[in-house]
Write a protein that binds this ligand. Structure first.
Ligand code: AMP
Length: 216
């Protein structure tokens, strides 16, 4: 079995690339952000804690994420894309255990390189479908919905994430630089790290990722 993970800042296109990969290869798409947003719908102290952390642009407790992930992977027999995990060294070690437990022999780590300026431009106009979670953008031509404000597949009203504002984004980006980007060093000796230029359009990035998955 194989798994794909991303080392990439917020708004680098992890969600969009994960969707494209799942469509092409029938992977299971696991977004820890989406798992957490689902948990937020519940009426519990844990849901309040998660909401607070997400709105502040901070990371949610590692072991809580680990538990949600394990639940999602229990009984899974498909290759999968992990969108948003690992975010720090502790989670990378947690992932090592998960890969071993689920017999994943091939790990692809895709580093999407995007600057703060580029990512912040994208985040301001980002919208997503509350139903299928597909990501759109009001001003980027290739990510615009066919009908303004509506999901192409579900036809429901698109929503803006409450953490997609410039203040929270800046905090998330800095957290990425401090905690997530150093994972490049963790993976670089394992022969599984690939660099992709994230300033290109979505299909150029996708084709590059397909090339990586095909040529290994
Ligand atoms: P995302 O949808 O990946 O942009 O994540 C949105 C928010 O969910 C992040 O800013 C964090 O607050 C939280 N989050 C998502 N994935 C993780 C993770 N692996 N570890 C900790 N917090 C996470």
């Amino acid at each position: 079995m194989q798994a794909v993970i991303f080392v990439a800042p917020p708004a680098a296109g992890k969600g969009t690339q994960s969707d494209l990969l799942c469509e092409k290869y029938n992977y299971l798409h696991i977004s820890t952000g989406d798992l957490l947003r689902e948990e937020c719908q519940k009426e519990s102290l844990e849901a309040l804690y998660i909401k607070e952390k997400m709105e502040a642009g901070e990371l949610v407790d590692d072991s809580l994420i680990g538990t949600l992930l394990e639940k999602k992977l229990t009984g899974n027999t498909s290759n999968f894309v992990l969108d948003g995990f690992p975010r720090n060294l502790k989670q990378a070690k947690l992932l090592d255990d998960i890969l071993e437990k689920h017999d994943i022999e091939n790990l692809y780590v895709i580093y999407i390189d995007v600057t703060y300026e580029e990512a912040s431009k994208r985040i301001i106009n980002r919208l997503s479908c509350p139903n299928c979670k597909r990501v759109y953008n009001d001003v980027i031509e290739e990510l615009k919905p066919l009908h303004s404000g509506l999901c192409d597949s579900c036809n429901v009203q698109l929503v803006k994430r409450s953490d997609d504002n410039i203040e929270t984004f800046t905090k998330r980006f800095n957290l990425y630089l401090e905690e997530t980007k150093p994972l490049i060093d963790y993976y670089k000796n394992d022969n599984c790290l690939y660099v992709v230029d994230g300033s290109s359009d979505k299909m150029t990035i996708f084709n590059k990722i397909v090339e990586i998955l095909t040529n290994k």
